[in-house]
Design a protein around this ligand. Structure first.
Ligand SMILES: Cc1cc2nc3c(=O)[nH]c(=O)nc-3n(C[C@H](O)[C@H](O)[C@H](O)COP(=O)(O)O)c2cc1C
Ligand code: SF4
Length: 408
């Protein structure tokens, strides 16, 4: 098998039914005492954005003493540029459920919550249908909860808060969900793609998973490639593949491009000349100061201004702030307003200096990492589009779109 998660029937065929899934991959091997060790050897990291080592999280949950654990399969996917989780659930729901069942058996959980974005209707349909195909003993501990449509709903404490109290807003930490989560019990929150990888590692082993990677990288990963490509597509690539090869696999670029947004709204801008050669491997990227985030590769088309795009994303993130913490609520709003004026060629004195200063002040100042993500994106934009920011601010002119502010 050359590709892991998306091998099997083509997307046009819809979800893979349970009989076909088991025929193709074999029956799920339950209760594997050494699964955590195998996951550790596989090098699998979380696919929800932060890239946390999976085995470490499972051990932490399994070692908690206060209450029977719960598993939360996170398919909220609030990131506007990502498609991977909803399409995975639409096409391979049984892989996700297999992974969640294995996780529950391994950490001793008696309940599994499948948390799926309410607007991912195809995914919800497929997951419900897949649930109906599972044995009654499994169905008894599985339930699907649809997540409110907003960016922070998929943040792990927000997801737990929603399930506990119907409010999809982050809560302060500690306690983290692995200590006290759903119903006050230790809760393993794991992205749905992460769980699907576990379902294959349990079947084919850690060595097999490692062998999927390119070079020294381990495993495969799902990426959503969009922007200056023929159409936004979900592809599965060997970790470590060069970014240019992933873009070529998505059909190649449709226009020149000066920059790539890597990792989505929580990631950062990278100059194309650097981006094309980057290895798409979470560890290597981290060492180079970049992040694969939730696997988004958005190629900025020629004729689109990075300053304007950044201002648009910041406005979105400011709007999506859960408005619970001052620095996030007011800081993001102020940065977004200044960035909007710079982008719109209507900057007032000090706007750019404010943006530069505030970008450094946002990090680590909220209950969740929402402001950190915005700060990282902004810092990368100030670096990659430095000349264009100056054009917009000092000369009131956009050299990409050739628009200049009307003389006042
Ligand atoms: C603002 C915000 C939004 C997030 N949204 C998602 C999401 O939609 N899906 C997801 O899996 N993780 C999301 N995360 C990350 C989760 O908090 C958590 O780290 C993840 O679900 C853990 O799974 P993983 O270790 O398999 O990646 C978000 C984090 C933040 C700060
Ligand atoms: S940091 Fe922002 S998004 Fe996170 S809890 Fe505070 S106000 Fe809400």
């Amino acid at each position: 098998m050359s590709i892991a998660l998306l091998a099997g029937p083509p997307p046009a065929q819809g979800m893979e039914r349970r009989a076909e899934h088991e025929h193709r991959l074999g029956v799920l091997p339950l209760r594997q005492p050494s699964l955590i060790d195998s996951i550790e050897r596989s090098g699998l990291r979380g696919k929800g954005g932060a890239g946390f080592p999976v085995a470490t999280k499972w051990r932490s949950v399994a070692s908690q003493r206060a209450g029977t654990p719960v598993v939360l399969a996170n398919g909220g996917e609030g990131e506007p540029l990502s498609r991977k989780d909803r399409m995975l659930m639409e096409q391979r729901p049984h892989l996700v459920i297999d992974g969640a069942v294995l996780a529950a058996d391994t950490v001793g959980a008696d309940e599994i919550v499948l948390y799926v974005g309410a607007d991912h209707t195809g995914a919800i349909r497929a997951m419900l249908r897949a649930l109906s195909e599972r044995p009654a003993t499994e169905r008894a501990r599985l339930r699907l909860v649809s997540a409110p449509v907003r960016y922070v709903s998929g943040e792990e404490t927000a997801a737990v808060h929603f399930i506990n109290a119907g409010i999809a807003l982050p809560t302060s930490i500690p306690p983290r969900p692995f200590e006290r989560g759903i119903d006050g019990r230790p809760t393993l929150v794991q992205n749905v793609e992460t769980l699907a990888h576990v379902a294959l590692i349990a079947r084919f082993g850690d060595e097999w998973f490692r062998s999927l990677g390119a070079g020294t990288a381990s495993g495969s990963t799902l990426v959503t490639v969009g922007g200056a490509v023929p159409q936004t597509v979900l592809i599965e690539i060997p970790q470590g593949l060069a970014l240019s090869e992933a873009v070529n696999a998505a059909g190649g670029i449709t226009s020149d491009s000066d920059a790539v947004l890597l990792g989505g709204y929580f990631g950062g801008w990278v100059e194309s000349t650097t981006a094309w050669g980057l290895p798409l491997d979470a560890d290597s990227l981290r060492q180079l100061g970049y992040s694969l985030g939730c696997g988004v590769i958005a190629v900025l088309p020629s004729g689109r201004c990075g300053v304007v795009e950044t201002a648009r994303i910041l406005a979105y993130l400011a709007h999506e702030s859960a408005r619970q913490c001052g620095p996030c609520t007011f800081g993001l709003r102020a940065i977004s307003a200044s960035a909007g004026r710079v982008a719109g060629l209507t900057a007032t004195h000090g706007d750019l200096e404010h943006i530069q200063r505030w970008a450094g002040l946002l990090k680590g100042r909220g209950a969740c990492r929402h402001p950190d993500g915005a700060a990282g994106l902004l810092a990368s934009a100030l670096r990659v589009f430095a000349d264009e920011f100056m054009n917009h601010y000092d000369h009131r002119r956009c050299s990409i779109t050739n628009v200049a502010a009307a003389a006042s």
